[in-house]
Design a binder for this molecule. Structure first.
Ligand code: ATP
Ligand code: MG
Ligand code: FE
Length: 347
């Protein structure tokens, strides 16, 4: 079965073709980062309009790359939430219209389920059950995953997400938006020991996080200096920030492994592309006889492949009804992940 998938929840337009038997066939992506950069963040209306421009050219590109024609498509999946309402509506409208024209089912997908299952696109594929550390621009969660559609929240951030902590600190240091990757690059030239930053909630008994205090701590360090930061000091502060975030994420992930007794850890979401986090988790897990899995680097941030793939896994697990679309659809800008769990979804 061939599934065409659309992602448009924020500032990336992603399209992909996945086969339920053969896996990912092709994917194409357009990032709007350059367009939003001058505003220092995502402008929702501009995002929606750009998704409209990109959706069909990307679809043609994917079909070409995969050697498919529209007639080969058996279902059309799309991100139905959570995300920006206007942006979601573009992907949903395109997908629903295509499904209607092709007389195939349309499959709404939860964006976080897409991220969560994206490590299953890598080789080797992690087996269930596993602990998932979901670290994206808007979410920081630890989850126990027993199978497709079986997710239990173990802990989450009480304020900023890890990605936000990277982005906000990067902005403060004048590194643009989204600054996570830039901050991480700069950190490579820095010495983290030059600045002492807090590790919020690292020692708390639960599996929750808090990152909002970190940017304030960085701001305090910047303000405490009489002179503007030198290039080296900027790099040192970037390194100290990255170190603090990674310490907390790795510490809590390890705590989750101990609490659940599971040996497999899966990392998903944009911050999963972070080099230091990857190194730290690989090292920690090796020492404890566990194993850590990541999505392919290019599939850490938003993309269509994870959406088509999540739909494929849900279809294979028998969690989707696959009826022809009836033209009525909606998007869910706010949508708890529990709603797509097998128990709840089938009740
Ligand atoms: P959500 O999925 O929660 O709605 P999102 O889709 O915006 O949020 P992603 O696309 O998964 O999030 O990830 C984007 C985030 O990942 C940004 O905050 C970005 O700064 C961060 N990020 C990407 N690469 C790196 C990196 N190498 N180091 C640190 N952070 C990174
Ligand atoms: Mg993005
Ligand atoms: Fe995302």
């Amino acid at each position: 079965m061939i599934i065409l998938g659309f992602e448009s929840s924020c500032d990336e337009t992603g399209v992909a073709a996945v086969c339920t038997e053969r896996g990912l066939l092709a994917h194409a992506l357009h990032s709007q980062v350059a367009m939003h950069q001058e505003y220092g963040g995502v402008v929702p209306e501009l995002a929606s309009r750009d998704h409209i421009r990109r959706a069909l050219p990307l679809t043609r590109e994917v079909l070409d790359k995969a050697g498919l024609s529209l007639g080969d498509v058996d279902a059309v999946a799309y991100t139905a939430g959570p995300g920006l309402a206007g942006a979601l509506l573009v992907g949903a409208s395109v997908a629903q219209s295509l499904a209607w024209a092709l007389e195939v089912p349309a499959v709404p997908v939860h964006h976080l389920e897409g991220h969560l299952l994206s490590p299953l696109l890598a080789d080797p594929v992690p087996e269930f059950p596993f602990v998932a550390l979901l670290v994206s621009g808007g979410h920081t969660q630890l989850m126990r995953v027993d199978g497709v559609g079986s997710y239990e929240l173990l802990g989450e951030t009480l304020d900023d997400a890890a990605g936000e902590a990277f982005d906000k600190t990067a902005k403060l240091l004048g590194l643009g938006y989204p600054g996570g990757p830039a901050l991480s690059r700069l950190a490579q030239q820095g010495d983290a020991s030059q600045y002492q930053l807090p590790r919020p909630m690292l020692r708390s008994q639960d599996l929750d996080f808090s990152f909002s205090g970190l940017k304030t701590a960085v701001l305090t360090k910047v303000r405490a200096q009489k002179t503007p930061l030198s290039d080296q000091q900027m790099a040192d502060l970037a390194a100290a920030t990255e170190e603090a975030i990674v310490d907390v994420l790795a510490g809590k992930a390890l705590k989750a492994m101990k609490q659940t007794g599971l040996r497999r850890l899966v990392v998903a979401g944009g911050v999963g592309a972070n080099r230091l986090l990857r190194e730290r988790l690989v090292g920690t897990m090796e020492k404890r006889g566990g194993k850590v899995f990541f999505p392919p680097l290019e599939l850490c941030t938003d993309n269509g492949a994870m959406i088509a793939h999540a739909a494929a896994l849900r279809i294979k697990a028998g969690l989707e009804r696959l009826e022809p679309t009836n033209h009525a659809f909606t998007v869910r800008p706010r949508w708890p992940l529990e709603d797509v769990c097998a128990k709840v979804g089938q009740a």
